[in-house]
Design a protein around this ligand. Structure first.
Ligand code: CUA
Length: 328
């Protein structure tokens, strides 16, 4: 008995001593610092619920400990039964009514907060962005038809309305500092919004298991000055799209230099200098006994395919030494 008690005490001490470290790695029990109004309202609801549940937890556990101590056997024989109690109407009414009341308060509060989480402020004139979840990258369409991959550029302080779609499987758009998750579902259009309150990069990640590279499906929202945003969508996006495509789409499987990874090495594959054949593979994917490649570019326009062809020809393709066969 004594040994059990001391190992229990040791376990409790270790848990207490390491709790800080465990909490520090992921922010502990608290959501990330909200940087958009909808994220703030979500956080408020979170803390209200946390308040109720923590109070109930402390109450129940304290009563449990008190009862264990107060009604311990005190050496009574195991076969002797304790005092028998049958029913207590007032107590039973109370412990039914109080939880119902607590749940009603929580539900009312959540429904009170919901409109400001769900919908953007009515007065705002939003920037409309289409967010396409794709195995295994995010593609963004801006109002002027510019596109970017992986990083969404927005002006700081502007309301951004998101139309979230997917051509393949279900993904989930989630930038924690900028609001809740919203699923990208094939065949339907979901909506979300945010307003980044401060300049900076907000990181997120696909939140729905969508295939082998789900974990690599990262997203960044870059909130910058209105001037920088305009420059980005009018010039930079198009000028860098080939690089964005290789880095955000191809490199996931084939490595940053095309050296191979989960997918085969492609750096000295002559397909890289045959734009038409390359476009065919990118648009239709590959199915084969050696492995499959998803049709990563099935929603790309010609400019995007051309940009990728130009990029890989210039930066990735390395002719194989004479006599060597090109890699798969
Ligand atoms: Cu897309 Cu997980």
């Amino acid at each position: 008995m004594r040994r059990k008690l001391s190992s229990f005490a040791l376990a409790v001490l270790v848990a207490l001593a390491t709790a800080g470290v465990a909490a520090a790695t992921n922010g502990g029990f608290t959501p990330v610092q909200p940087e958009s109004p909808n994220a703030s309202h979500t956080q408020t609801a979170y803390y209200v619920i946390l308040g109720f549940t923590s109070a109930i937890f402390v109450l129940v556990e304290s009563v449990l400990v008190v009862f264990i101590w107060k009604y311990r056997s005190r050496g009574r024989d195991r076969t002797v039964e304790g005092a028998q109690v049958l029913g207590h109407t007032r107590l039973e009414m109370l412990w039914t009514a109080i939880p119902v009341l607590i749940l009603a308060v929580i539900a009312a509060f959540v429904f009170y907060e919901l409109p400001s989480i769900d919908s953007a402020p009515a007065a705002a004139d939003p920037i409309h962005i289409t967010v396409e979840g794709h195995q295994y990258y995010w593609q963004f369409d801006y109002p002027n038809r510019a596109r970017s991959i992986g990083t969404l550029h927005v002006p700081v302080g502007a309301v951004v309305d998101l139309k979230v779609v997917s051509p393949d499987v279900i993904h989930s758009w989630w930038i924690p500092a900028l609001g809740g998750k919203i699923q990208a579902i094939p065949g339907r259009t979901n909506h979300s919004w945010f307003r980044a309150e401060a300049p900076g990069n907000y990181e997120g990640q696909c939140a729905e298991l969508c295939g082998v590279f789900h974990a690599s499906m990262l997203a960044t929202v870059r909130a910058e000055s209105a001037q920088a945003y305009r420059t980005y969508i009018s010039k930079t996006a198009a000028a860098t799209i080939g690089q964005q495509e290789f880095g955000g789409v191809c490199a996931t499987c084939h490595g940053n230099l095309g050296q191979g990874g989960y997918g085969p090495a492609i750096a000295n594959n002559t397909l890289l200098i045959q734009p038409a054949a390359l476009a065919g593979i990118l648009r239709n994917g590959v199915t084969g006994t050696l492995g499959a490649m998803p049709p990563v570019a099935d929603t790309w326009n010609k400019a995007q395919l051309d940009a990728l062809a130009a990029y890989v020809k210039k930066h990735i393709y390395k002719p194989a030494p004479l006599g060597a066969t090109s890699g798969g």
